[in-house]
Design a protein around this ligand. Structure first.
Ligand SMILES: *Cc1c(COP(=O)(O)O)cnc(C)c1O
Length: 251
């Protein structure tokens, strides 16, 4: 999906795709939020988007959150964390204005997060990240263990579960991608029916540049788009999803 169109034109094109998908699935366009996936994107480029009516960004690495913090601080926006979170980075994530961790996927992380939040007298929103494609290389709790993780995490009073997140299968087979999104929606319904205190299931974060239409048809409330707005990244995604690498890759 190579594109040389300027960022503003790209955003317009994405907004049009969102509108069409909403019409197609009889959904209200205001029910779908666009999150800009800004990994490797410079503050200068992010600013272009934020000063053109965009508001929500998502980062994958603490290192990048930190490096861009000062430059983006004066511009109104909200920042989610969408990458794999190592527990030794919890302290850092609470320093730089992240309002929601979309990638909570294990109890050990929730325990450490709660501890730190208590210590700092803070609260944070989270989504539970689910591995809906059953690929070993992807992070996320398995669908089978989701309810258990949510029940245990819900007992931590500083952590507020607001929804679910998934990275669908990377495949040209649309129906396989759709199956991942349907699984997330089904899980949401199942969790709602469990009536777990301190748990909101309002948000469903799924869909990226290539599959946002399918995600919207299947109930996404947040889609996360990077490439289609900022252009191709210089590194494969496996690079950002490898927890052992924290090099500076901002372009
Ligand atoms: C990079 C990334 C995206 C955006 O992917 P694009 O294909 O560039 O739109 C969405 N979600 C996560 C978790 C990502 O790391």
């Amino acid at each position: 999906m190579k594109t040389n169109l300027p960022i503003i034109e790209n955003i317009k094109a994405i907004r049009t795709r969102i509108e069409k998908a909403c019409i197609q699935s009889k959904r209200d366009v205001s029910d779908v939020q666009l999150l800009l996936a800004t990994k490797t994107v410079s503050p200068k480029k992010i600013k272009i988007a934020l000063t053109n009516n965009e508001y929500l960004i998502g980062e994958n690495k603490i290192q990048e959150v930190k490096e861009k913090y000062a430059a983006l601080k004066p511009i109104p926006h909200e920042k989610h964390f969408i990458g794999h979170l190592q527990s030794n980075k919890i302290k850092e994530i609470l320093k730089y204005g992240v309002t929601c961790i979309q990638s909570l996927d294990r109890l050990s992380l929730a325990e450490k997060l709660q501890k730190r939040l208590l210590y700092e007298d803070k609260h944070i929103d989270v989504f539970i990240q689910i591995n809906t494609s059953a690929e070993e290389s992807k992070f996320g709790v398995s669908p089978d263990h989701t309810i258990d993780l949510i029940k245990k995490t819900a007992s931590f009073d500083r952590i507020h579960i607001k929804g679910l997140m998934t990275i669908g299968l990377f495949s040209d087979d649309k129906e396989k991608v759709r199956a991942c999104f349907q699984l997330l929606k089904q899980l949401q319904q199942k969790i709602i029916s469990e009536n777990i205190p301190n748990v909101s299931m309002k948000e469903i974060s799924m869909g990226m540049s290539g599959d946002l239409e399918i995600a919207i048809e299947e109930g996404a409330t947040i889609i996360r788009v990077g490439t289609a707005i900022f252009g191709e990244r210089a590194y494969p995604d496996s690079y950002y999803w490898n927890e052992n690498i924290d090099n500076n890759v901002i372009q």
